[in-house]
Design a protein around this ligand. Sequence first.
Ligand code: RNT
Ligand code: ZN
Length: 419
Amino acid sequence: MGTAVAKMYEYARERYAAIGVDADAAIDRMLRVDVSMHCWQGDDVGGFEQTNMAGGGIMATGNYPGRARTGDELRRDVERAMSLVPGRHRLNLHAIYAETEGRRIERDKLEACHFSRWIDWAREKELGLDFNGTFFGHPLAANGFTLANHDQHVRNFWIEHGRACRRIAAAMGSALGRTCIHNIWIPDGYKDVPADQRSPRERLAQSLDEILRESLPTAAVRDAVESKLFGLASESYVVGSHEFYLGYAIRKNIELCLDSGHFHPTESIAGKLSAVLCHLPRILLHISRGVRWDSDHVPLFSDEVREITQQVVRGGYLDRVDIAADWFDATINRIASWIIGLRNIRKGLLSAMLEPFEMLCACERDGDYTTRLALQEELKTMPFSLVWDYACERAGMPYGAAWLDEVRDYEKRELGRRA
Ligand code: RNT
Ligand code: ZN
């Protein structure tokens, strides 16, 4: 231990040891957690179809230069970002990132071969892959309805898309020997007060049943369904609400995806984890940040992020919660956006792993709520930053804001060439 960071860490390690916490073990543990990085921050959820169909309840705003336009550019950007975030990564893809050599392949006809470049690259980089069907930005989603569409023909197209995506996810999982999480989010809903709330929900349940009918090896693919409270152009009614998918996930024994931006602005998903995990084997998390609405801002090292990661760690759920990132900001450097948010998720995990959880539980059992509160407050000013800096150094990357210099350099060399 020669560096200044390592020396400072010695002090922090002693402070944590004094409350019974092994900081070395916490660092190891944090570095072993998989976090799935979302490819769509790199190109503002654009994809490679080149049809230019906007819409579908989500939207990246901003026009910061340097957006990735091809698979190679996006992979380079992803690699650059990953190299500045400590810990193990996965990559989360969407169907619109298929590479079809200029041929137009309809979404219901997509196959694993259209993702072979991603799969080969993931194998080489030792990354797990996750996958999402893209139920937006398409002429057949123009009226805002996909799997719940009243038109059987349109509904069938999206069911076939869902089935194709599930098979692709399974192929990714078996090719890489690591389970691929296949997540379904659809934008379906109404801008204004609906007459009939019932029929779209019943249609959605049936469509999902169709998509999930085929039995695929669970070691290769696990399904998740993602709820939402409201979206752009679905302000008054969303078919796939929280209650809808919670019930559906329990009935089908699949994962529920909780996106931290998909609830009322003051409603945190932290408290939902232990409730839902009483009834479901697993949860998928989409960590995001809503500002007044589901605005998909970069997550901060906020109370909210800390409380979510704290619940994952305190509950002992690291093997039952799949953690994924989901935001997109095109007003700042996109690589930096990834790095800032992902590092904040990691900080949340590490700080949760540095808690004397057993000690807090003992106070609680004894009814000593005074100590429980005192300790939890003292924890907030423990030398966490020294442990974090050391974790970065141990993972072979700069500590503090020095990563930004590397991003600026990449911006000059690489992003600047993208007109
Ligand atoms: C949209 C959902 C969904 C998307 C991605 C692109 O509100 O959060 O997860 O962000 O699938
Ligand atoms: Zn999401």
